[in-house]
Write a protein that binds this ligand. Structure first.
Ligand code: SF4
Length: 245
C-alpha cells in the first residue's frame, strides 16, 4: 500500500463494536436489492487517471461529510485485517444480501484485496458481486482481477477513459467508458459495452453505437425513474455471444 493508504488504513475505529460493512442502496442503486461497500476514493485507486480523478463523484457532496469519510476509512482498515471476509459473509447471510456493488467509492488496491473479495464470492454463491475498476492498469493486480471475474457470481467491468485508452478484453469482463465533460460522443470506442456520462447535457441513448447507462440518458420517461435495481444491466449475466454457424 502507498503511505497515504497506510495512514487511512490505520485510522482509529471502534474495536469492539463491528458496524456493518455493507450499506443498503441509495437513490441511484435503488433502496431494496443492492448493498454497497465503499473505501476512500482516489487513495485506494492505483489505476486512476487524471480524467477520472477530475470527474470523481466520490470526492464531494455527501462523500465529503466527515462521518462518511470516517466510515470509508474504517472499512479500509477492516479490509486489511483478519476477519474481513468472515464479517462480509456474516452480513450477507444475516441481511439476506443478494447483490453487492463492490466500491460505491474506491477501487481494488492490491491483488491480496481482490483475493479477499474472491474468497467471499466463493462462499456466498447465491449472491452476485459486481464492480467497475481501473486497477486493470496495474500489472500486479490484473491477474487477480481476471481470476475474480472468472467466478460465476461475479460481474466485473474494466473502466476506461481518454487517459487510460480502451481497456483490454479479459474473458468474462465487460468494459465501461467514461465520457468526460465536453468530449464528443464519437470518441467512445465502438468496442465498449456501456458508456457513462459525467455531464448529462441532453438526451442520449447511444454514443457511437454504445449503450449509455439508462440512469444517465436524460430521456424523459413516464415510468418511475430508472435505478440500478430496475435496470440490472451491470449485474445480470451478460447475454451470450451468438453461436457460431
Ligand atoms: S447501466 Fe443500469 S445497472 Fe448499470 S449503472 Fe446504469 S442504471 Fe445502474
Amino acid at each position: 500500500m502507498s503511505n497515504r493508504l497506510e495512514i487511512l488504513a490505520s485510522a482509529p475505529g471502534p474495536a469492539a463494536a463491528r458496524p456493518p460493512l455493507l450499506c443498503r442502496g441509495n437513490a441511484k442503486l435503488g433502496r431494496e436489492l443492492i448493498w454497497s461497500f465503499s473505501i476512500p476514493a482516489v487513495a485506494s485507486c492505483p489505476g486512476s487517471t487524471p480524467a477520472c480523478r477530475a470527474a470523481c463523484y466520490a470526492r464531494s457532496g455527501r462523500f465529503a461529510f466527515p462521518s462518511v469519510k470516517g466510515r470509508h476509512a474504517r472499512n479500509l482498515a477492516r479490509a486489511e485485517r483478519p476477519g474481513f471476509v468472515a464479517d462480509l459473509v456474516d452480513q450477507v447471510r444475516r441481511d439476506f444480501v443478494r447483490v453487492v456493488r463492490v466500491h460505491g467509492s474506491g477501487d481494488f488496491h492490491s491483488a491480496g484485496y481482490v483475493g479477499r473479495w474472491a474468497e467471499a464470492a466463493r462462499i456466498c454463491r447465491s449472491t452476485v458481486f459486481y464492480a467497475y475498476t481501473r486497477s486493470w492498469r496495474v500489472p500486479e493486480i490484473r491477474g487477480a482481477l481476471a481470476d475474480f471475474a472468472g467466478l460465476p457470481n461475479v460481474r466485473l467491468w474494466y473502466s476506461g477513459d481518454r487517459d487510460s485508452g480502451p481497456p483490454p478484453r479479459d474473458p468474462g469482463v465487460r468494459t465501461a467508458w467514461m465520457i468526460g465533460p465536453g468530449e464528443p460522443t464519437g470518441s467512445v470506442p465502438a468496442t465498449a459495452d456501456l458508456a457513462f456520462r459525467v455531464r448529462r447535457s441532453g438526451p442520449l441513448k447511444r454514443a457511437n453505437g454504445v449503450l449509455v447507462c439508462p440512469y444517465e440518458q436524460a430521456v424523459p420517461r413516464s415510468c418511475p425513474p430508472i435505478t440500478c435495481e430496475r435496470c440490472r444491466i451491470c449485474f445480470d449475466r451478460p447475454p451470450r455471444p451468438p453461436a457460431r454457424p
